[in-house]
Design a binder for this molecule. Structure first.
Ligand code: IMP
Length: 176
């Protein structure tokens, strides 16, 4: 059973998401103009999938897509420990990797994943996150592309969940 949550005005509306995703795609396309193509886009499941699919539909650049699944959150809090549930299957050695996250909160997951991908010997690794919550940071992470900076609050919708629910909300809401 999902906890009942009363949603008020979204923190980020579907229209704002659509506009920012389009401008991010343009920034990324311009930055990768000189890249070894196709680039390797690695999507962190499950939270980043809505964002990644919308972004890639707008990204006018040859790319390959792969997924990995990691978690460090349980309910509404970080466990402080990153667990890799499934890894990439495409070889990424020598390619330009773009890692797509839903949110960088403590920074533990993104920093662990960037190191993990670096061990596959790509040419470069860049990080793109839909949301950045800098007030919760516990470890420094270099983020190359940020959709929106959000305040210290639990957020959900557009891929982000609460106990696996609410991912399919078309906008982003805060809880609590
Ligand atoms: P971090 O390792 O603390 O940076 O958190 C990374 C992961 O925790 C994200 O990829 C999300 O899956 C989850 N997470 C962190 N903050 C939130 C939130 O406010 N709402 C939903 N999920 C979150």
């Amino acid at each position: 059973m999902l906890p009942p949550i009363e949603f008020q005005k979204p923190l980020i509306s579907a229209e704002q998401l659509e506009a920012r995703v389009a401008s991010l795609a343009e920034e990324i396309r311009a930055d990768y103009a000189e890249a070894v193509l196709p680039i390797s886009v690695i999507v962190v499941l499950k939270g980043a999938c809505f964002f990644a699919i919308d972004l890639l539909k707008k990204l006018d650049l040859p790319c390959r897509m792969d997924f990995l699944q990691a978690s460090s959150y349980s309910g509404m809090g970080s466990t402080g420990e990153v667990r890799l549930h499934s890894d990439i299957t495409l070889p990424v050695a020598g390619t330009d990797v773009l890692l797509i996250e839903d949110i960088v909160d403590t920074g533990l997951t993104a920093s662990w994943l960037a190191q993990h991908l670096t061990s596959h010997r790509p040419a470069t690794v860049r990080l793109c996150t839909l949301l950045d919550k800098p007030s919760a940071r516990r470890i420094a992470v270099r983020i190359d592309y940020i959709g929106f900076t959000v305040p210290e609050a639990f957020v959900l919708g557009y891929g982000l969940d609460y106990d696996e629910g609410y991912r399919n909300l078309p906008a982003i809401y805060t809880v609590g």
